[in-house]
Design a protein around this ligand. Structure first.
Ligand SMILES: Cc1cc2nc3c(=O)[nH]c(=O)nc-3n(C[C@H](O)[C@H](O)[C@H](O)COP(=O)(O)O)c2cc1C
Length: 198
């Protein structure tokens, strides 16, 4: 407990204290673009040594929850600069959480022309929030090996975009049933998706 408010240093990461804010989806990114309201929200929390952002999609098809931000377009990267500048002004460090929602998604939350994808075509159980209420999760299209490679490439580009937008690091979301969870836990893997676990 004594250590909580003392600085933390690991390699090049220097934090003013040991407090880390967990990632929390807020669904405030209109058109999936980070905005001034979000910059204010994160700056208000820059008492923490490190902030991990809300889940942020590296690909259009990974935007399966309503109004979550992305990091694949220039407008999104510009929006995130408002956030990283605000948090750095507050003396805190900030990591971007990369979250591809995979099958934990509803098609109406995605931009036009995109469909929900997953490690298999098995539909997630339960319901998800959309702009018009709660609906069952959409049945995903099973990714083949080329599809998985495309998403990996999206993550690499997204991480580069994040660092260019001023983030101090990135975190890969691998829980809650989102895209990589099924690979990490070796569930929902089909004959079409025989690539090794990441
Ligand atoms: C409103 C809300 C949104 C969340 N969004 C995310 C998210 O985007 N990414 C993530 O990894 N976890 C998310 N979580 C999970 C939290 O980061 C945390 O792991 C969870 O609340 C358990 O922590 P606790 O035991 O301290 O409550 C969310 C939790 C809440 C309450």
């Amino acid at each position: 407990m004594k250590k909580l408010f003392q600085p933390y240093i690991k390699g090049t990461l220097q934090l003013k204290n040991h407090v880390v804010m967990a990632p929390m989806t807020r669904s405030r990114a209109i058109d999936n673009i980070p905005n001034k309201l979000m910059a204010t929200y994160y700056k208000q929390r820059s008492g923490a040594g490190l902030i991990v952002t809300e889940g942020t999609s590296p690909s259009p098809e990974g935007l399966g929850y309503p109004r979550i931000p992305g990091i694949f377009s220039e407008a999104q990267a510009e929006g995130w600069k408002l956030v990283t500048n605000a948090v750095h002004e507050g003396g805190s460090k900030i990591f971007l959480q990369l979250m591809h929602t995979g099958r934990v998604a509803h098609s109406s939350n995605l931009p036009e022309g995109y469909q929900v994808v997953g490690m298999s075509d098995s539909q997630a159980a339960g319901e998800i929030y959309t702009e018009t209420g709660m609906y069952e999760y959409s049945a995903p299209k099973a990714l083949d090996t080329a599809g998985i490679q495309r998403i990996i490439d999206d993550h690499v580009r997204a991480a580069e975009n994040a660092m260019a937008a001023g983030f101090d690091g990135v975190e890969l979301h691998g829980a809650h049933g989102t895209c990589w969870t099924n690979r990490l836990t070796r569930t929902q893997i089909t004959a079409q998706t025989t690539m090794g676990v990441l």
